[in-house]
Design a protein. Structure first.
Length: 280
């Protein structure tokens, strides 16, 4: 299987163009290739293809083989993959169909190579039943014996945003967060029927937040594009930061998120790591 490994600020996936390289059992393949000791090593597998309407498609499988609906860092890399290989015909705007709907990308290119992309990520959804989330009263949720103020939000996939400087965590730095202990308790909590991605956020100033993320099906990742969008939107909606441009600082780098009440616009880099052939 011929593949390309790419990353968006450290959120790395294995990319396969299924028009040339069909994948019979992508869930099983994702588990194998994602293994960082016996595989290639990645947060998951992303299949790039085309549908009957002529749209390019993105199909996501997490490291544990579970299906993903949307990936903000991944979709920027899909745009780069298509542009760098001449599949967009030189166009720097491209529409990509995901399980969360159609997403439009504006590619930022230099010398025939895509370096970054801005993605229309759609409107954030805060209605619990649409996320889906349930049994959360007054924005409070008890997890492993502690009660948190939470902001559930969907960016095409479910997120739970927690402001880690506040009770019960009361952290001054995300370096002190024991995410391996706390993250799984949220991921499989019965309040989230489809499980959940959990963002732990500290507000640095009125236009800057820092974030660590525990992704469902993958554990902690270096970055999460939809999580950055969800966190910025949650911080704006609750008045913790100002509306407009928010810089989100993640382990793998920074993303720029813009939200003024309409669609969330995400801008960030995309890089190719290597290409190769997988034999196992």
């Amino acid at each position: 299987m011929k593949f390309t490994k790419m990353h968006g600020i450290g959120n790395d996936y294995i990319y396969v163009y299924t028009e040339e390289e069909p994948v019979a059992d992508p869930a099983a393949v994702s588990v194998k290739v994602s293994d960082r000791h016996k595989g290639i090593g990645a947060d998951g597998l992303i299949l790039i293809g085309k549908n009957s309407d002529g749209y390019f498609t993105m199909d996501i499988y997490n490291a544990d083989g579970s299906r993903g609906k949307m990936c903000g860092n991944g979709i920027r890399c899909v745009g780069k993959y298509l542009y760098d290989r001449g599949l967009t015909g030189g166009k720097t705007e491209v529409d990509i169909m995901t399980l969360s709907g159609l997403r439009r990308l504006k590619l930022h290119c230099e010398g025939g190579v895509c370096k970054a992309a801005t993605v229309d990520m759609g409107k954030p959804v805060f209605e619990y039943e649409k996320i889906p989330a349930k049994d959360i009263k007054g924005g409070k949720l008890t997890v492993a014996g502690d009660t948190y103020d939470v902001v559930p939000v969907s960016m095409g996939n479910p997120h739970c945003v927690i402001f880690a400087s506040e009770k019960p965590l009361c952290l001054s730095s995300l370096k002190d967060l024991d995410i391996e202990k706390t993250g799984p308790s949220f991921e499989k909590h019965p309040a989230f029927p489809e499980s959940v991605n959990t963002e732990f956020v500290i507000v640095e100033d009125e236009h800057t937040i820092s974030m660590r993320v525990w992704e469902r099906g993958s554990g902690e990742t270096m970055a999460c594009g939809t999580g950055a969008c969800a966190s910025a939107a949650a911080a704006i909606k609750t008045g913790r930061v100002k509306e407009g441009l928010v810089r989100v600082k993640l382990l793998g780098g920074d993303l720029e998120i813009f939200w003024d009440g309409g669609s969330v616009m995400m801008t960030g880099p995309c890089e190719t790591i290597c290409t190769g052939e997988y034999f196992a």
